[in-house]
Design a protein around this ligand. Structure first.
Ligand code: SF4
Ligand code: SF4
Length: 118
């Protein structure tokens, strides 16, 4: 799960929790300040979970890269994948994990892995 997906899930959870609390008789959330506090707590929790739960990620082996730029050329999100590989920083909020770069790199310099964020 990417950070953006985690935040979206957190918004959904927060809205459900707040709806349930507000429908309670008497309402559990008497004012908007409390509602904001609840939403903030859920958001922070989701950030923690996104960091600590293993998820599908890209991993680079910079030493295998020959700089052919095929990964960057075909990236679905027009990301500078070649640069990401060279710097070893494969985390990018815009990456949709489509795998085009993984399949396209003939040197095997990019692969999928399942792990927590570093
Ligand atoms: S396709 Fe592979 S070898 Fe070519 S630049 Fe990208 S990571 Fe490097
Ligand atoms: S997985 Fe897809 S979106 Fe992500 S860097 Fe590779 S080609 Fe681009």
């Amino acid at each position: 799960m990417t950070t953006q997906e985690a935040k979206y899930e957190a918004y959904k959870i927060a809205s459900v929790v707040l709806r349930v609390m507000a429908s309670h008789e008497p309402p559990v959330v008497p004012n908007s300040q409390d509602a904001k506090a609840v939403a903030k707590a859920i958001m922070e929790l989701s950030d923690l979970l996104a960091l600590r739960l293993p998820s599908l990620r890209l991993e680079a082996a910079p030493e295998k890269c020959v700089g052919c730029e095929q990964c960057a050329k075909h990236c679905s999100m027009s990301l500078d994948v070649s640069k990401m590989v060279k710097t070893g920083k494969m985390e990018n909020d815009e990456c949709v994990l489509c795998g085009v770069c993984v399949d396209g790199c003939k040197q095997g310099a990019i692969r999928f892995t399942f792990r927590t964020a570093r």
